[in-house]
Design a protein around this ligand. Structure first.
Ligand SMILES: Cc1cc2nc3c(=O)[nH]c(=O)nc-3n(C[C@H](O)[C@H](O)[C@H](O)COP(=O)(O)O)c2cc1C
Length: 325
């Protein structure tokens, strides 16, 4: 059984994204010559199992019958596929049989072939709206029922160009704050998009490092988020390099003139030196958890003084910090 990739990317973008295409992957791309389906049902009643239009896309049904996986990469248009990808799908109905059967309580066509396809779809495009995403997910599910196949993925990607740039990197460094003991939701969203992107790539020699900044004093409070980054690496098929959990992060902006490696930033300097060495050598290291070289009681006093200053700057009083609604 083969894998089939149907995409609407420009050749140069496709080559950048998939420089290492494996031999069991067939690729259907836009060479500008595709004719649209004329709705004649000739693929069922005139030249059964083949399209009557004999361009390069006339045997889509047969091609689908040889696949166990179909990956679609399409610009998201109004919650659906781009004209080219839709054209390929319209030209693919010879994959199914003209007779009907009831599936999912609805009328659909019978199978012509016995192969089981798993359909994975990546939609890309700037400003894909939430309603377009809902429509696109419904569409892929409907397609899966119609073609009697399974679907394991519908992913949305903001920009193919950004993905290309990431694919060219061999080191990724994530630096993020800790929110409620974990990874902030916007970074999570980004990680999920990247996971679908990287997990579909064949060869990747990418190593991931993470720096997590805690508001609390103890750097080890970043350990769960660092663990999540490691779990993400496994799902995305990338290598883990090293994590650094930094405590007392709230202080860093107020001591930005202190050079790294000195005073309260002594441990930070040592940790970043080890991290930088590993990054340069493309190697892995033990996770490091550090805090400011500054007493916890003083950090607490300074931070709480900061909250008081901030609430006063907003025209309220110190006691308003304890307001209830
Ligand atoms: C919604 C929210 C939740 C937070 N939860 C935590 C937390 O669970 N543990 C912690 O140490 N800091 C927490 N913080 C504090 C941030 O991690 C802290 O301000 C950090 O220094 C910000 O890093 P940055 O300057 O890199 O954005 C939270 C901050 C916000 C806004």
């Amino acid at each position: 059984m083969m894998r089939l990739l149907i995409h609407d990317l420009e050749t140069k973008d496709f080559q950048k994204l998939f420089p290492d295409m494996s031999s069991d992957m067939m690729v259907i791309s836009d060479n500008g010559t595709i004719h649209h389906c004329i709705g004649c049902f000739g693929c069922w009643v005139k030249t059964p199992a083949a399209c009557v239009i004999r361009d390069e896309y006339g045997d889509m049904g047969e091609l689908l019958s040889k696949c166990s996986e179909v990956i679609v990469i399409s610009k998201c248009c109004y919650g659906g596929f781009s004209p080219f990808v839709k054209n390929v799908l319209d030209r693919s109905i010879s994959y199914i049989h003209p007779y009907f059967e009831i599936r999912n309580g609805e009328m659909h066509h019978r199978r012509r072939y016995n192969n089981k396809i798993n359909l994975k779809v990546w939609f890309y495009g700037k400003n894909i709206t939430e309603t377009e995403k809902i429509t696109a997910e419904r569409l892929v599910k409907a397609n899966a029922v119609n073609l009697d196949c399974s679907t394991s993925k519908v992913a949305f990607i903001g920009s193919i160009k950004e993905m290309e740039q990431l694919a060219e990197c061999n080191v990724l460094v994530f630096a993020f704050p800790i929110y409620v003991d974990g990874i902030p939701s916007h970074l999570l969203n980004c990680l999920m998009q990247l996971e679908s992107f990287f997990s579909a790539k064949e060869e990747k020699d990418i190593i991931v490092y993470s720096i997590a900044n805690c508001g609390f004093y103890e750097g080890h409070q970043a350990a769960i988020a660092i663990e999540m980054m490691k779990n993400w690496c496994i799902k995305a098929g990338l290598c883990w390099g090293q994590g650094v959990g930094v405590g007392a992060g709230g202080m860093l902006t107020s001591i930005k003139n202190v050079p790294i490696g000195y005073g309260p930033k002594k441990s930070l300097g040592a940790a970043f030196e080890k991290l930088a060495k590993n990054i340069l050598e493309h190697s892995s290291g033990e996770d490091i958890f550090i805090t400011a070289d500054f007493p916890r009681t003083l950090y607490k006093l300074a931070a709480e003084m900061g909250w008081r200053k901030s609430i006063k700057a907003n025209g309220m009083k110190k006691k308003d910090l304890s307001l209830k609604k």
